[in-house]
Design a protein around this ligand. Structure first.
Ligand code: MD3
Ligand code: FE
Length: 225
């Protein structure tokens, strides 16, 4: 009996070549990459991002050592991560506008809570969302996230746009790092014994993402207060 070849409507579940079905990769005992987890949320994430950036545009902050960060930063939520010559810290006010950081959009909170729960962390309630913008060449050197009030809650990060090579290290800077590519729609969740691991991002390669153009956006959601 003759049957039609299966066409795009049945087989092509992910129309964009850079998209992929969701699946989980384990990086450590309590660290997971949820591949493609954010894809269904992208239109809402981008709309919320646009609103947030109107009130708090990306800026290149100074490190305590006096270097300008290559990554552009903004924040939303009750607390925002900042750096200047006097150090790294969370503040309630945007130092550029003098106003509170824009509110955390509901879609960020919901996605972060869903992803955390998928990775075994119940009731994640972030109060801070750092927004990182990588243009080609921008990088983040190996560091630990240790400006938060408690290391008990996990951290959730969402990647959009151009792919980046993420470095997932150990508890000491000198420990060997795993290289993990992070693609548009990937979500990383880590906590517990993996919470204080060193990590970083290699310089972003040139490219054009069909939706975001020549950039990578990363949202990092934390309980900071
Ligand atoms: C940490 N951002 O803003 S988040 C940062 O892609 C930051 O922009 C990076 O590090 C970025 O502080 C990485 C993703 C991430 C993933 C796994 C980790 C951070 C991690 C595992 C352990 C510790
Ligand atoms: Fe970090």
């Amino acid at each position: 009996m003759h049957s039609e070849p299966l066409g795009p409507t049945t087989l092509d579940l992910f129309a964009d070549a850079d998209q992929q079905p969701a699946r989980t990769e384990q990086l450590g005992p309590q660290a997971f990459v949820l591949r493609g987890f954010a894809l269904p949320w992208v239109p809402r994430l981008l709309a919320a991002l646009e609103q947030t950036l109107k009130a708090a545009p990306f800026r290149n902050m100074l490190t305590p050592g006096g270097f300008t960060m290559s990554v552009g930063l903004s924040n939303c939520g009750a607390l925002g991560w900042t750096t200047d010559r006097s150090g790294y810290r969370y503040t309630a006010l945007d130092p550029v506008s003098g106003l509170p950081w824009p509110p955390m959009p509901q879609v960020f909170r919901e996605l972060a809570q869903c992803a955390a729960s998928e990775a075994g962390f119940a009731d994640f309630a972030p109060d801070a969302c750092l927004i990182n913008r990588y243009l080609p060449g921008a990088k983040m050197s190996l560091h630990q996230d240790r400006n938060e009030g408690s290391y008990e809650p996990p951290i959730v990060s969402i990647s959009l746009g151009l792919p980046a090579m993420f470095l997932f290290g150990g508890m000491q800077r000198s420990d060997k790092s795993q290289r993990v590519p992070l693609l548009h729609g990937d979500v990383v969740v880590w906590g517990g014994v993996d919470r204080l691991r060193y990590h970083g991002v290699l310089p972003l390669k040139e490219g054009l993402h069909p939706q975001l153009g020549a950039q990578r956006i990363n949202f990092t959601l934390r309980t900071a207060g």
